[in-house]
Design a protein around this ligand. Structure first.
Ligand code: UDP
Length: 397
């Protein structure tokens, strides 16, 4: 499996990966997160865990469980960390601690290296039996809501190191070592492999898209941070200047995100009766369909207001698309304005660049090529695994 990456990353890079993996083969490794499907963390682990095993590592992946109350609490933590303010459900901290204990009793924690992804399972550290623990924080913690941050910070301080996705998220009030490792996409996954035009057309047609007309696509969970309302507004503005423009906003549920339905309903309302707006809720693991929407798009939006990294940006850039992204979190690592895509701060900006992209095909083609190269050089899963393994080697000393 891993040898297949040689044709993309070259022999030397692959050799480096194999060599570093050899140093870790005697250690047991566990990844823990809060959902098996839906969202970027699950996307990465679904690809990375089998690849790490193929590299000879002894790796497991466990998912914590919780009830609706727990996931409401963790979603409120998530929102308040990213937004800098928040409203927590009653007894939020008690609910959080209760489920940490339940999960600690169910998940064996006797591994040499444990990587905890995001705040949902962060509190498991209280039940550490042995080994080195790494906190992998995928979200924007640059301006957190103080009560939640103080609560979580005490837990983070008990870890051996922490990984963030961009220098913008680095904290100067944390004493453990912080590493900056941006996430990545898997170029060989069904979601990212080239697919025939006929497959793209067949899938888009199935979802009611006219493949003869231009199409704006955003792939995102229905989450306020992804600004679905702003997507609709930008589309409506751009449509006034581009004949026959269509929009597909494609989302799917995540078991750890209880807000999806509410946001979906608000988005439907904003769309009104415009027949050219397609709001789709696909089942989890619709990778071929997502690929088809990204490949078939005339331009891709990721109009996030807050974003840890935004895998969807690299996924579309890999497919040589012009991506218009919100200037936030990890998106500016991927989009260099005017070179590998466009960064925007508001609805008008997004509309402007949709029009600009569609009216200037030569410039758009060049940007798409730059985008692909930028992802190839910086955001592939092989680089990501190498850097994770380096941190693992660092913590075990
Ligand atoms: N995704 C998907 N189906 C959907 C919506 C999203 O498979 O309907 C995938 C998307 O392709 C990407 C991941 O979920 O791989 C979302 O990761 P991202 O970092 O963009 O955002 P997050 O959801 O983690 O905030």
């Amino acid at each position: 499996m891993i040898e297949k990456y040689e044709k993309i990353i070259g022999e030397d890079e692959l050799y480096g990966l194999v060599k570093i993996a050899e140093k870790l083969k005697d250690f047991s490794i566990l990844h823990v997160n809060s959902t098996r499907a839906g969202g970027g963390v699950a996307e990465i682990l679904n690809r990375m865990v089998p690849l790490m095993r193929d590299l000879g590592l002894n790796v497991d992946w466990k998912v914590i469980r919780g009830d609706t109350e727990f996931f409401r609490v963790t979603k409120s933590f998530h929102n308040s960390l990213q937004n800098g303010y928040g409203e927590l459900p009653p007894n939020a901290f008690e609910t959080y601690e209760k489920w940490q204990e339940i999960n600690a009793n169910e998940i064996p924690l006797d591994y040499d290296i444990i990587m905890i992804h995001d705040p949902q399972p962060l509190g498991l550290i209280k039940f550490r039996k042995k080994g080195k623990w790494i906190f992998r924080c995928h979200i924007d913690i640059s301006n957190p809501y103080a009560p939640v941050w103080e609560f979580l910070k005490k837990k983070i301080e008990n870890y051996d190191s922490m990984i963030i996705s961009t220098p913008a998220f680095a904290r100067d009030d944390i004493s453990i070592p912080q590493f900056i490792i941006p996430p990545s996409i898997d170029p060989l996954s069904i979601k990212n492999q080239p697919i025939p035009e006929i497959t793209v057309k067949r899938i888009l047609y199935k979802y009611g898209i006219d493949t003869e007309r231009p199409l704006v696509v955003q792939i995102s969970r229905f989450d306020y941070a992804k600004d679905p309302i702003g997507v609709i507004k930008s589309f409506k503005l751009a449509k006034e200047h581009i004949d026959g423009l269509q929009l597909a906003y494609v989302g799917s549920p995540a078991t750890d995100d209880p807000e999806g339905e509410e946001v979906y309903e608000k988005t439907v309302k904003e769309a009104g009766d415009d027949k050219d707006i397609h709001l789709l809720m696909l089942p989890p693991y619709s990778d071929l369909e997502i690929n088809a929407f990204q490949t078939g798009a005339s331009v891709v939006l990721q109009k996030s207001i807050k974003e840890g990294f935004g895998l969807t940006v690299s996924e579309a850039m890999w497919k040589k698309k012009v991506v218009i992204g919100g200037r936030t979190g990890g998106i500016p690592l991927q989009i260099i304005h005017g070179i590998t895509g466009y960064l925007v701060d508001n609805v008008e900006g997004a509309a402007h660049y949709i029009i600009h992209t569609l009216k200037n095909p030569e410039i758009s083609k060049k940007i798409g090529e730059n985008a692909h190269k930028h992802v190839k050089n910086n955001f592939l899963i092989t680089r990501h695994m190498r850097e994770y393994m380096s941190v693992m080697l660092y913590v075990i000393g």
